[in-house]
Design a binder for this molecule. Structure first.
Ligand code: GAR
Length: 213
C-alpha cells in the first residue's frame, strides 16, 4: 500500500504547516506532504514548503470569476497529487460543494476557538470581549459552512491574560500539538468520517470529539 500522503492548504504564515513538517521529520506522522497549495502567492508558508522540498502550487481566486470555477481549478491541481487527505491550515476561503464532494470525508480544518463558539475571524478578540474563562481550538471535518463540520478533537486552556497576542501564542501552541496528532490518527486509519459521523477506533465520537485536556 502507498504511504499516507496529504496536501496542506494555506493562505499565510503556515506555522501549522511547519508543525506538520516537523512532525513528519520526528516520525510523529508516518507519511508525507504531497503538496502545499496557497491562494496567496506571497504566503510565507510557501517558503517553509520550499525549504522542506515540498512541491508548491498557487491558485489565486482573483483569476476566477466564481467560487465554483476557483474550486474546480483547486480540485484539478490537487487531484494530480492523489492526496489521501486535505489539511486546511489557515486557508481562509470557504469551499463550495464542488470541492467538498471531490474529497468526500477527507478534508480537515483547524479553527482557533471551541466550536460551535466563535466561527469566523478574530476569535481571540471576541473571546476576551465576552469575558470567557476558557478558550481553545477545534479540529473538524469540513462541510460547506463557515468553520463547520463534524468535530474530531478539541483542546482548551484557562484564560489568564487580557492580551490578544499572548492568547494567540498560547492557542498556537495547542494547535501545533493537536493538529499533527489528528492528521496522524487519520493516516493510520484510527480516525474517519462516515455518513456525517466521526469514528475513532471504530467507535462513534459524540459531540465535541476527543478532548485532549
Ligand atoms: C491558525 O490559528 C488557524 O487556526 C486559523 O488560522 C491560523 C493560521 O496560522 N484558522 C482559521 O481561523 C480558520 N477559520 P498559520 O498560517 O500560522 O498556521
Amino acid at each position: 500500500m502507498a504511504a499516507f500522503s496529504f496536501a496542506v492548504l494555506i493562505s499565510g504564515n503556515g506555522s501549522n504547516l511547519q508543525a506538520m513538517i516537523d512532525a513528519i521529520e520526528k516520525e510523529n506522522i508516518s507519511g508525507k506532504i504531497c503538496c502545499v497549495l496557497s491562494d496567496k502567492e506571497n504566503a510565507y508558508g510557501l517558503k517553509r514548503a520550499s525549504r522542506a522540498k515540498i512541491p508548491i502550487e498557487v491558485v489565486s481566486n482573483k483569476d476566477f470569476e466564481t467560487r465554483e470555477d476557483f474550486d474546480t481549478e483547486l480540485v484539478k491541481v490537487l487531484s494530480t497529487y492523489k492526496p489521501d487527505l486535505i489539511v486546511l491550515a489557515g486557508f481562509m476561503r470557504i469551499l463550495s460543494p464542488k470541492f467538498i464532494n471531490a474529497f468526500t470525508e477527507k478534508i480537515l480544518n483547524i479553527h482557533p476557538s471551541l466550536l460551535p463558539k466563535y466561527p469566523g475571524l478574530n476569535t481571540h478578540e471576541r473571546v476576551l470581549e465576552s469575558s470567557d474563562k476558557i478558550h481553545g481550538i477545534t479540529v473538524h471535518f469540513v462541510d460547506e459552512s463557515l468553520d463547520g463540520g463534524p468535530i474530531c478533537a478539541q483542546s482548551s486552556i484557562q484564560i489568564n491574560t487580557s492580551s490578544v497576542k499572548e492568547l494567540e501564542e498560547e492557542i498556537h501552541k495547542l494547535e501545533y500539538e493537536l493538529y499533527p496528532k489528528v492528521v496522524s490518527w487519520f493516516g493510520e486509519g484510527l480516525l474517519k468520517l462516515s455518513n456525517g459521523k466521526v469514528y475513532f477506533e471504530n467507535s462513534e465520537l459524540k459531540i465535541g470529539g476527543i478532548d485532549e485536556n
